[in-house]
Write a protein that binds this ligand. Sequence first.
Ligand SMILES: [Mn+2]
Length: 509
Amino acid sequence: MRFHWDWTPLPQQDPVEQLRLRRPLEEHSGGSSEDETLAGIDEAIDRIVCALQSKEPLIIYGDDDPDGICSTYILFDYLQKLGSQHHYYYIRNRLHEPHGLHPGFVEHVRQRGFKLVVTVDGGSSSFEGIARLNELGVDTIITDHHLLPDGLPDAYTMVNPQCEGTPAHLKHLAGAGVVWQLVQRMAEKLQVKPDPAYVIWAAIGTLADKVPLVGYNRTLCQEAIENLFVLADATLKHLFNALYVTCETTSRIHFMQQTYKLLSSGRADNGENIAMSFLLATKVEKGRYFRRLLSGKQIYDEQASRVVEYLRQHPPNPEDAYYLLHDEDDEIPQLLCSFAAAYMTGTQKIPALVIKHRRGVLVCEARSTDGLHLVDAFHACRDMMSDYGGHARAAGFTLLPGRLDEFKERFHRHVEAHRVQIIAHRRIEIDAEVQPKDINDDLLRELNRLKPFGNNNPEPVFIMRDVRGGIVREVFQTDKMLEQGTRYDIVFHLRGDDFLHILDYQEIQ
Ligand SMILES: [Mn+2]
């Protein structure tokens, strides 16, 4: 047993009933009535409409991750639908450009004479960039979902679910969810229908960003999964042919995941991005961009499996309540640092930090459980950092030169002070007890109803108690070798009708 098992048996024996009790679902609509939307959204819309009417050139500034790409695409394409000919986009390339509205982008805006910048999926902490744009007489509308800094930048308006007064079901929107809210509201006001496929792109951005899949995020994803084939646009139809997808819920979700991985392989320079070109290209042209994205994705997939192999061979020290990898030997490619941290946190259920050199400075990507708030932990070390930010469970920082040892020491002390909470979160919450005979279509249907799984809506965990290894092996496939004659309690995810992904087990003496 590696983890603590959180398990209170229920009087119900039927696993479907146990699941319904433990995992009730509430449905949410999009919330388009006056008080049900995000603050600042109407000011943002009025300013954008004003720009469209006066043919003022505007530029959308997005990030190069799938959420940023989907956000940029939805807004850009909708402005296209409105007949605008003066809107552009700029996608940052994180490999060569700093976070936020950086000087290179501000210069881009100045040279081309844009009068309005609309950020998507970012910008909430771009104090300097926005101040500089203000000096140039450029208005900035921020649409974002990241944590708010102390004090706010002097933007024209800000639409961010982290702001006070956001309805509970919209609190966890990703960048693409925020833009989708904006576009739906705009569509109501202007009476110009959005493309029905936007909901799928909003869901793809939401899934990619690993935001909690509760409230409207759930509704959004379920709507997209259910209507994937009905609502598909030319891009999705192209992808149906190129990536394998069936009608099964699992396959549809897998397709959406493959799609966001594809979108993150489009990095280019000068504000361009191949994924954006792919999304906006005509049917005939899509193939060309797709092939470039696909080869990028294949490289990423190969690197990812090498990283997993490396991490398996370098497990955390059993005494430590966290994992810190200073990747001096360059085993983890820059783009996979957050993937590596997420992998470690996911499998070991402890905070994980991956630190490595990038252009002369040390940069960290980190993931955590609910046992340690990363932004608080980094805040406690802020005097050693030139920059830090993110969320409680996903964050990063840039270290000032020569401060690594000092950081390690203070971070270690901070973790020690929170050891009890971290260890308390090294646990598996069990949803239902099953017998081999309970694994049937009813149970699989119930599992599908709960999909997609993600933060705040984890994949259900089952326990099978006192089973002989031989029986399990006869009926199911597993990813752990169980001994024929030994009896076990096993804790697992059910994948399909016959595969048990075993998370933990104990032998019964
Ligand atoms: Mn995002």
